[in-house]
Design a protein around this ligand. Structure first.
Ligand SMILES: [Zn+2]
Length: 1026
């Protein structure tokens, strides 16, 4: 307070600069550093470069498609580098490594050497340092780690540097996982961003709490907290200080021979803006973010003005201006020895004004979100297989998929807030990366199945095909006809660290089939008919996506149980029972339709879980689990919100970002909904066509205690002039008292209370949209005796708007732009030639009701299984060839007797280019979440890497770019207001002899492992031998 009045006095006293009389060269003094006792204005030059939004990443880089927007990142980097070389006091931060990498590889060695010097001197600093500035609502945490690791590795390899600061300035709300995992666990000392709820911001400005210590993990507490700075307005400079060539801010005109000499005026403007900002922060340091989207295409136009401001403002002397970076700012703030307010939880949802909750993008582009998620799990498995075989120095690898997935995490990519042609570009990159990774998977499986063969037999390596369109029942290898004596060989690979039992399904064309397991034993299998409607859909979609005509030969789904060892595979063969002369064959499911009309109630479920349907009403009425005696009268329904049809911010429309409903309508089928019930020994299915564009299949597996719901939604009709957002609701009698829990990027569950925010008194304007939260893993609610959990297969938005009820938004199609810049309506279509229809989306969710306190085991275990489904590869066994006798039919990379504890997952197992191996282990439970599994558990590395000799294990920070020990020594220890005692549990050091890694709840530990390949031995070790 005193400090500020002193400066006010200075303004009034007017220490004014005298105007010179001659025009001459001015050597601007830009060398100032921090001046104690003054208000220090840290000018942070930056350019916010989206790796795809209105244009594709490459169009932005090259400056193509400029009729959409004049943006060329190549210009930014070229001109910034030369501006930095011109004056060694100038500084710049760079954030998006996808762009920087593109630029770097085309530079000369001479320029590269200069740029390295700029980086060494701190003039050019990499912050954040992932490939992109990722979204925080809709990515899975493994993707966030992977994309950050990729960027950090580039920075380390090329520059030997480790980014110190998180810079998530644009994402639309901020996740707990960002704060503690992609912040503190990376070794970052601070994190900065712009977008928080407008009500939250107003309160923080008035209470000087824009800068906080964010303790985002309940389990890891103060061991994983981070200093977090929220900008008072946005990530632009204060008004009047934008200096791109077309910007309207007044430049400093300091030539006295020209008209409009304005040095005094501009210095006063600068000082006034600085004092205004100093009023809302706690120290005498303030940061000005000097730049915004795609700025510095002509960098001198910014630096020229900042040179002058620094020179004249410091001559004036009321405040001190300096070239700075967020790291310099962070160190200055830290040196102030202030105590900071504590922030827990996260920053969702985000509204930028009353009726503008950015909660629509939690669901926008559900097809793309599903694609990203399924490839994320595939990439995890493919890297494991790449490691088991040995990484190729040339030839196919998983790098293209890694790059494509990294770009897809951008805050205008998986978020669904890009233009249509940009969404197509991301999808194309993913499909190219996927194709290459498929080759890696196929060759690895070929090698692993051939490991018993002598090298003379190796030329007969089998071809492995995979079926990425299995979800629309399209899989040519499994649809082949097996009457000619050939058999289908299916390898099921399990990327989980524990053994799994799962029912898989493949489309087949005949009914007399027999399935055998790895040992050649016949196993139970079930045929489920594929309906004609479903076949027509498959034909249409195959034509749309592959441009070919599907043969349409599939008539059934063939389902059977697979049992697969950890980090390993099992082999199954399918052959015609006629040609093998087998007695048994697949069970053909019985089909009953309620139109047959003889019963009132239909029960499904061959195991403990029973679901009862009213045949007359066509709906679910009873849920009963015989094992734990949980019963409930649930309702599963669908409805839609019509989107508000505004065209400006007052009449805010629902769009790609914003969810603004304008009424809700139940989807009530006219008259009776005929149910089709398909029953068999492994699973039962209930099929319901709810209307012309909504089809639902509910599955109950004999050995599972949850219901799996597969929905097919679309084309959503919009010809009535209204966009529609489709939701499903699962209603129960649980009295959940406004409370529910949603995950943070698939990891920690965060408590939500309807119409409530912990940090301020909420003014409720949007009772639906304002209670929506991002869901990546699941959502649950509880009362005093039971809990209802729902898990998802991709990012969706969801809420509990009524006690006992969970709501998920599954699809949305809108006809207006929501005026947040994308400039397009979110209206996805699928076309065959010129015939376009609204996008059809198929996905799954899973629900289960447990006694209170018993839901976590299911959520965590099934959550891993959903993320990492068995990877299926198909080959053919020629007649007379005996696969089983000549090939390896089961494999596990781990010791045969070993399995990871149920609370630990391998989230990265990857051979790096250096030949070293990157291993990440994650504890799956939070402290206190489960009575059995919320405990410290150990992983025996010797058994995990069976047959390999471990030479050295080095614990690293999350992105693997520095030793954890070093990071812990150098990280800043911030002080918190009202700090209370807390006990944080973390795993201890790894004994180099025992090699056991301990993990405490929610801990993720990252290691670089060196193997001694020369002394490796054992059957499972084919590494580097092939
Ligand atoms: Zn952006």
């Amino acid at each position: 307070m005193e400090l500020h009045s002193l400066f006010l006095f200075a303004i009034l006293a007017g220490i004014f600069l005298p105007a010179p009389v001659d025009s001459a060269y001015v050597a601007y003094n830009t060398s100032s550093g921090i001046v104690p006792g003054k208000i220090n204005v840290h000018l942070v030059p930056h350019s916010h470069d989206d790796v795809g939004w209105l244009k594709t990443v490459d169009q932005y880089y090259a400056g193509a498609n400029n009729s959409i927007r004049g943006a060329c990142v190549q210009n930014v980097l070229d001109s910034v580098i030369s501006a930095l070389l011109d004056d060694s006091n100038r500084r710049f931060i760079y954030v998006e490594m996808a762009f920087f990498e593109r630029w770097w590889r085309q530079q000369s060695d001479v320029l590269k050497a200069k740029v390295k010097r700029l980086v060494d001197s701190g003039q050019l600093e990499f912050i954040n340092g992932g490939m992109c500035m990722h979204d925080e609502a809709t990515p899975h945490y493994i993707d966030l780690i992977d994309q950050t690791t990729l960027g950090h590795r580039f920075i380390l390899d090329e520059f030997g540097k480790k980014p110190r600061v998180g810079w998530q300035i644009d994402p639309f709300g901020h996740s707990a996982v960002q704060g503690y995992l992609l912040g503190a666990e990376l070794g970052f000392d601070s994190l900065f961003f712009a977008r928080i709820d407008y009500q939250d911001r107003a309160k923080r400005i008035s209470t000087k709490t824009l800068e906080v210590i964010w303790k985002a993990s309940r389990s890891l507490g103060s061991s994983s907290q981070i200093f977090t700075g929220i900008f008072p307005v946005h990530y632009e400079p204060p008004d009047g200080f934008n200096f791109e060539i077309n910007d309207v801010s007044d430049p400093i005109q300091d030539d006295p021979l020209l008209f409009d000499y304005n040095v005094r005026q501009r210095v006063n403007d600068f000082v006034a803006a600085a004092l205004a900002q100093a009023n809302v922060t706690r120290t005498n340091h303030i940061m000005w973010t000097m730049g915004t989207d795609f700025r510095y295409q002509y960098a001198v136009s910014w630096f020229r003005q900042m040179d002058k401001f620094i020179h004249y403002v410091n001559l004036d002397g009321r405040v001190n201006a300096l070239y700075s970076t967020p790291s310099i700012y962070t160190d200055a703030i830290f040196a102030a020895k202030e105590k900071w307010p504590l922030k827990t939880g996260d920053f969702f949802p985000y509204a930028d004004r009353e009726n503008a909750y950015w909660t629509g993008y939690f669901t926008s582009r559900p097809g793309f979100k599903g694609y990203v998620r399924s490839l994320s799990g595939y990439y995890l498995a493919a890297r494991q297989l790449e490691f088991f075989k040995g990484r190729y120095s040339t030839g196919p690898n998983t790098d293209a998929l890694a790059d494509a997935l990294a770009l897809a995490q951008h805050h205008d990519a998986v978020s669904g807030t890009q233009r249509q042609h940009v969404a197509a570009d991301y999808a194309l990159r993913l499909s190219i990366g996927h194709k290459e990774a498929e080759k890696v998977v196929a060759s690895s499986l070929a090698a692993l199945t051939s490991s018993r063969l002598k090298s003379t037999q190796m030329d007969s390596n089998p071809e492995f095909q995979q079926c990425p369109l299995l979800n629309i029942s399209y899989c040519p290898p499994s649809e082949a006809n097996f009457t000619n004596g050939k058999s289908l060989v299916i390898i099921a690979y399990n990327s989980l660290g524990w053994k799994r039992e799962d029912v898989i399904r493949i489309p087949v064309s005949s009914e007399n089939l027999v399935v055998r397991d790895s040992a050649g034993k016949e196993i139970e299998s079930q045929l489920l008919p594929i309906s004609n409607i479903s076949l027509l859909t498959t034909e249409y979609l195959v034509k749309a996506y592959l441009g070919i005509s599907a043969s349409g030969s599939a008539r059934y789904w063939l389902a059977f149980s697979v049992s697969v060892p950890p980090l390993g595979f099992s082999t199954y063969t399918v052959s015609s029972s006629k040609s093998t002369g087998s007695e048994s064959r697949s069970f053909v499911s019985t089909v009953y339709t309620s139109e047959e009309g003889s019963v009132e109630n239909l029960e499904v479920g061959q195991g403990d879980l029973k679901l009862l349907y009213s045949a007359n009403e066509g709906r679910l009425t009873h849920y009963a689990n015989k094992r734990n005696l949980v019963t409930e009268l649930p309702e599963l329904s669908y409805s839609y919100y019509t989107g508000y049809n505004g065209t400006d911010r007052v009449f805010q429309a629902s769009g790609a970002y914003v969810f603004r409903p304008n009424g809700t309508f139940p989807i009530e089928p006219k008259g009776q909904v005929p149910l089709a019930v398909i029953r068999g020994p492994l699973l039962d299915e209930v099929h319901q066509q709810l209307n012309a564009w909504l089809y639902q299949v509910t599955r109950v597996y004999k050995d599972k205690e949850h219901a799996e719901v597969e929905f097919t939604i679309g084309p959503i009709p919009v010809d009535d002039g209204y966009g529609k957002e489709i939701v499903t609701k699962i209603s129960t009698a649980l009295s959940s008292n406004k409370t529910f829990y949603t995950d943070s990027n698939g990891r920690d569950f965060i408590k939500r209370i309807r119409d409530y925010r912990a940090d301020w008194d909420l003014d409720v304007h949007q009772p639906v949209a304002g209670n929506y939260y991002p869901i990546n893993l699941g959502i649950y609610l509880a009362d005093e005796t039971r809990e209802l959990s729902v898990l998802v297969d991709r990012a969706v938005g969801g809420s509990s708007l009524v006690d006992g009820q969970i709501e998920l938004m599954l699809h949305r199609r809108l006809i207006n732009d929501d005026t947040r810049g994308v400039g397009e309506a979110l209206n996805e279509t699928v076309c065959v030639l010129d015939d376009c229809k609204g996008l059809m989306v198929r996905g799954k969710f899973y629900f289960r009701i447990d006694p209170l306190g018993e839901g976590a085991k299911w959520r965590r275990t099934l959550g891993q299984e959903i993320y990492s489904p068995p990877l299926l590869a198909f080959s053919e066994e020629e007649e007379g060839y005996n696969w089983k006798s000549s090939r390896t039919t089961t494999f596990s990379a781990m010791d045969q007797s070993y399995s990871l504890p149920n609370n630990i997952a391998v989230i990265t197992l990857q051979e790096l280019q250096s030949g070293k191996v990157l291993l990440r282990l994650a504890h799956l439970y939070e402290a206190g979440e489960d009575k059995d599994y919320s405990v410290v558990s150990g992983v025996e590395l010797k058994k995990l890497f069976s047959g390999k000799k471990i030479k050295k294990v080095t614990e690293m920070t999350l992105s693997g770019n520095q030793e954890r020990k070093k990071m812990e020594k150098s990280r800043l220890e911030w002080k918190v207001e009202d700090e209370d005692e807390e006990k944080v549990v973390r795993g201890g050091g790894v004994d180099p002899v025992k090699l056991v890694v301990e993990l405490a709840p929610m801990e993720i530990r990252t290691f670089i492992i060196d193997f001694d390949y020369l002394s490796s031995h054992g059957d499972s070790d084919i590494h580097h031998r092939l």
